[in-house]
Design a binder for this molecule. Structure first.
Ligand code: AMP
Length: 398
């Protein structure tokens, strides 16, 4: 069975074709500048076929999907002989609100429900819907499945997801913590249980997804107890460019002092804050590491704040779960930032965490980076959201 995984953004579309017989990646690619002009980078991963990396006109997502199918089936760049070999499509959808606690076969009713969640994710859900509609237009009645970033977090108890504001805002408007990166937290926590050789139902895990966007999740006996992103992905840890937790009074103060509109204010908090805002250097942790090594104090402060927040939130989750068996690092910084991991683990002395420096220096593999006798095990597990989407799609379609 071959499954096409689609992650559609407003002007971009990422894809992977996965052979589910062996879970091998057959091809991957990225359409960019959709609606502007259009560019496709297509990378076949079988038979030594060449990479296609050229401008292709893409006035809409439909032309983008058509270009993807054309390349996947072409003699020169293709990995399948015809579209009929693609058995199903799995779509990443950012927000499923309270409607979706798991992945689902897409039909008109499901599409309408995803549309109803647009107010919660006004930038992302419309792009995801456009991707689904484009696939339907180009691929006809191939079964399609939606996999939601929010779904894994739907197990949170109300004491964790409620905000302490008048209850009617929850009841009437759906204002609550939803959480994001659920597919990633789900993948790495399940993999962690596998690596530990224990059922996930017996484990208390803290999953640290640290990338350009970052969130932590407390996964208690297989269910999310709490997560650091909230109603939107803006809160929790300081991120690449997002501010993380912030006193709402600051918004009122800055808006009245500088006359910002709410859109300007949110643009500052989403795009100009986080480690970029604090350091004035970059949102990229590689640049921050380099600047800090050269003595840039604000770059060091940004890194210190990030590490402190990861440790602080993780500590609150250890308390909320009444213990922790394993801590996982994943995503760009979590998988590659050995110094960041080591600095965060310094805070976990009270848990008895002992880092294995040699293991922590390795890259690109599932690996335990704590010592064998560390009472709390620490892992680096490269995330694979596309594989989760493909597996869910297979399970639902078969
Ligand atoms: P993601 O959002 O998961 O793709 O992560 C992207 C982020 O990972 C980049 O912005 C970098 O900050 C970070 N990153 C990538 N490679 C490294 C590295 N070698 N060391 C530290 N951070 C890295």
């Amino acid at each position: 069975m071959k499954i096409l995984v689609i992650n559609a953004g407003s002007s971009s579309l990422k894809y992977q074709l996965i052979d589910m017989e062996n879970e091998q990646l057959m091809a991957k690619g990225l359409c960019e500048r959709i609606g502007i002009d259009g560019h496709l980078k297509h990378t076949p991963l079988v038979d030594g076929k060449p990479v296609f990396n050229e401008d292709v006109p893409m006035p809409t997502h439909s032309e983008a999907i058509a270009a993807v199918i054309d390349k996947l089936t072409s003699a020169e760049y293709g990995v399948v002989s015809s579209m009929k070999e693609i058995d199903a499509v799995g779509h990443r959808v950012v927000h499923g609100g309270e409607k979706f606690a798991s992945s689902v076969l897409i039909n008109d009713e499901v599409l309408a429900a995803i549309e109803e969640c647009i107010p919660f994710a006004p930038l992302h859900n419309p792009a995801n819907i456009t991707g689904i509609n484009a696939c339907r237009a180009v691929m006809g009645d191939v079964p399609m499945v939606a996999v939601f970033d929010t779904a894994f977090h739907q197990t949170m108890p109300s004491k964790a997801y409620m905000y302490a504001i008048p209850f009617d805002y929850y009841k009437n408007d759906g204002i609550r913590r939803y959480g994001f990166h659920g597919t990633s937290h789900r993948y790495v926590s399940a993999r962690c249980a596998e690596l530990m050789g224990k059922p996930i139902e017996e484990l208390k895990i803290i999953s640290c997804h640290m990338g350009n966007g970052s969130s932590l999740a407390a996964v208690c006996k297989g269910k999310v107890l709490d997560t650091s992103m909230g109603f939107t992905p803006l809160v929790g840890l300081p991120m690449g460019t997002r501010c993380g937790d912030l006193d709402a009074g600051i918004i009122q103060f800055l808006m009245s002092k500088y006359g910002y509109s709410i859109d300007e204010m949110l643009n500052i908090l989403n795009k100009k804050s986080g480690v970029l805002g604090v350091s004035g250097v970059s949102s990229d942790f590689r640049d921050l590491d380099a600047a800090a090594a050269e003595g840039n104090e604000r770059a060091q402060l940004a890194l210190d704040m990030f590490n402190y927040w990861v440790a602080k939130v993780a500590g609150s989750y250890a308390a909320a779960m009444n213990g922790v068996d394993a801590i996982i690092f994943t995503a760009g910084v979590g998988e590659n930032g050995a110094d960041t991991r080591a600095a965060i683990c310094e805070y976990f002395g009270y848990l008895g965490v002992k880092l294995n420096a040699e293991a922590n220096a390795k890259r690109g593999q599932d690996i335990m980076i704590s010592t064998e006798d560390s009472p709390v095990k620490v892992f680096v597990i490269p995330t694979n959201e596309e594989l989760v989407i493909a597996r869910d799609t297979r399970d639902i379609v078969c």
